[in-house]
Design a binder for this molecule. Structure first.
Ligand SMILES: [Zn+2]
Length: 369
């Protein structure tokens, strides 16, 4: 069973660069490249990019407080990502963490602020833009603002989370909080898509320059690596890079592929000397029934049941019990393909728990529509 939740819309654009309002101080902590803000009970998340919670029509506000144990779990997850990504950071990634009522089965969700990068034609997540210092080159149009968050992560206030450090302490009915956090940050770091049930249709309005304007397709770095099969069964890239017909200095992407739920998609990790596409063994999660926030932004399980040692961090669900996930070798390769400098962290101990598992949908990515 899949639980989907359609979060509030993301509004992004220079016209929304309003001055930050004065709000009661929330706790902020810096862990390497990440500046984390903890929204505790009643703390209202205010952002010029994010509007309201669709289900309640209210601004997101912390539904419970953060204990030192919870924050330690966040710190470990952020430090895991600091150990993996060795790209020299231009700016810190500012992430808000908010306890929310996400409904049964949903453990967490991540939302990005998006930036258009005219040099590549790709739409960058807030983390990509901040760490790489890109996405600011087009008339400052989607430049980072000093106080805005790069992304925010919603966490289920009612889920039975395990907050401890030792994986061996996870009880059979608990979900590992650290794994959920690491997964959500994985979305922020690039496992994200602008594909909707209709395919890629979001257009960036590039505004007017010397009386001219253009709209370019929103394509994430992840999207730019997608490969599918043509009717002859050959691997073909979904996206192709081109140049704006209006602005010769602006790259953009176009797709000749008509998206369909259930269609097979893979990701390109490189090209061979003869031009053959090298593909990741990971298959994109794209079920026959489209699931908003889930389809196309996750990968499939490796072995079908999700409880194996090498299950991907970025599969769409996590089982309860003694399961702690980190990026597997294939996912590390994908991070490299997405342009990150990647260190291979020490493998951590992993234990298996035999028996039946209940799967819940691990995380829903909200995207703008
Ligand atoms: Zn997810």
């Amino acid at each position: 069973m899949i639980y989907a939740k359609n979060y509030a819309r993301v509004a992004v654009g220079a016209f929304l660069f309003s001055a930050a309002s004065a709000f009661a101080a929330v706790e902020t902590a810096t862990y390497g490249n990440f500046e984390v803000t903890y929204y505790g009970n009643g703390d209202v998340f205010n952002s010029s990019y994010y509007v309201k919670n669709d289900s309640t029509n209210e601004k997101y506000s912390g539904a419970k407080d953060w204990t030192s144990e919870m924050k330690s779990s966040v710190e470990r997850s952020m430090n895991y990502w600091n150990s993996v990504i060795t790209t020299t950071a231009k700016e810190k990634v500012k992430v808000a963490f908010i306890w929310e009522n996400l409904g049964a089965g949903t453990l967490g969700g991540a939302t990005d602020v998006w930036y258009f990068d005219s040099a590549s034609g790709m739409t960058l997540s807030g983390a990509e833009a901040a760490l790489r210092g890109n996405g600011t080159s087009y008339s400052g149009y989607f430049g980072l603002s000093g106080t805005e968050k790069s992304a925010f992560v919603l966490l289920s206030k009612d889920a039975n989370f395990y907050f401890g450090e030792s994986e061996s302490g996870i009880k059979s009915e608990q979900y590992d909080f650290q794994s959920v956090l690491t997964h959500e940050i994985g979305h922020i770091m690039g496992f994200n898509t602008l594909c909707t049930s209709r395919g890629w249709s979001y257009k960036w309005p590039l505004g007017t320059q010397s009386g001219k304007s253009d709209n370019v397709l929103g394509v994430t770095t992840f999207d730019s690596l997608l490969v599918t099969k043509n009717p002859s069964g050959e691997n073909v890239e979904v996206m192709s890079q081109t140049v704006s017909s209006v602005f010769s200095n602006i790259k953009e992407y176009e797709t000749g592929d008509s998206y369909a739920p259930g269609k097979e998609y893979f990701l390109k990790t490189g090209e061979g000397e003869n031009g053959d596409l090298e593909l990741s063994t990971l298959k994109i999660y794209n079920p026959e029934t489209y699931s908003a926030g889930s389809s196309m932004g996750h990968v499939e399980y490796a072995d079908g049941d999700g409880n194996g040692k090498d299950e991907p961090l970025m599969s769409y669900a996590i089982a309860n019990g003694k399961i702690r996930r980190e990026l597997n070798a294939d996912e590390l390769d994908l991070m490299r393909a997405m342009g990150w400098s990647v260190a291979i962290p020490e493998p951590s101990a992993f234990s298996l728990l035999a028996g039946m598992f209940t799967f819940v949908f691990v995380a829903i990515r909200r995207r703008r529509k």
